[in-house]
Design a protein around this ligand. Structure first.
Ligand SMILES: *Cc1c(COP(=O)(O)O)cnc(C)c1O
Length: 235
């Protein structure tokens, strides 16, 4: 049952946070609702989920209007194509987790300018070194952040990563440690318009490790909703 899964995930997060000396309240749970129908998401929102995350703009456009008022926050966690920026902004995302190129940030800033809005974003970092992965390489992060401070309408609020798809705990932990290290470095060398608050890491299979490594924004789909329909599987 969905309600039991939600309770279980929340309970596991709290137990695990306490076990490593952290306050569970500083860890935010995002339910990753991609591929799931609005009816199921509505059930989740009536049973303890407040924050949802999606990864395709078209799918958001189809589902979010019917859920309006039911969720407290909607986060965008997928690859953002520049031709979808205006459509995404129309859906008022609380946070866009997946900015990793200056060209995308620039176009986002430009659209925000015309709307006279600002937008909170995270920078996605490729911590696993896999060539097919989205995300900026760690050694280019500071340059990207410096460039983004020239864009007056975007606000960098933290960092995000997707670790390698592996059962090797060591590789997973390594990814999270790299992100945390970058986060700490950026926090101690602040740039204007940058406020490092969120460390977005940890999914269904690795959120316990992510909590140990300091995550405060978990993106969890499968552990709440079960497997996604295979045909519509999105990353
Ligand atoms: C799908 C997705 C998740 C959730 O993955 P699960 O393994 O189902 O928890 C988290 N983050 C991103 C960026 C995703 O695309």
């Amino acid at each position: 049952m969905l309600i039991d899964q939600i309770a279980k995930v929340k309970n596991d997060i709290a137990t695990h946070a306490r076990a490593c000396g952290r306050d569970p309240h500083e860890i935010k749970l995002l339910a990753v609702t991609k591929t799931h129908p609005a009816s199921l998401i509505q059930q989740a929102l009536q049973n303890g989920i407040d924050f949802i995350a999606e990864s395709r703009v078209q799918e958001c456009e189809a589902k979010l209007p019917s859920l309006h008022g039911l969720y407290k926050e909607f986060h965008f966690i997928g690859h953002l194509q520049t031709n979808k920026i205006a459509k995404l902004l129309a859906l008022s995302p609380t946070l866009i987790h997946s900015i990793s190129k200056f060209s995308t940030a620039e176009k986002l800033d430009h659209t925000l300018q015309t709307l006279r809005q600002t937008q909170d974003i995270l920078i996605e970092v490729n911590t696993s070194g896999e060539p097919q992965k989205q995300g900026i390489p760690p050694e280019q992060l500071t340059t990207l952040i410096q460039q983004c401070t020239q864009l007056p309408n975007i606000r960098i609020k933290g960092l995000m990563t997707i670790c390698e798809l592996t059962t090797n705990e060591h590789s997973i932990r390594k990814s999270f440690q790299i992100l945390r290290q970058l986060f700490t470095e950026q926090k101690s060398n602040p740039h204007p318009n940058v406020d490092m608050q969120f460390l977005s890491m940890g999914m269904s299979d690795d959120y316990k490790i992510a909590i140990e490594e300091g995550s405060n924004l978990l993106r969890i789909g499968t552990a709440i909703f079960g497997n996604r329909p295979i045909k519509k599987e999105l990353t």
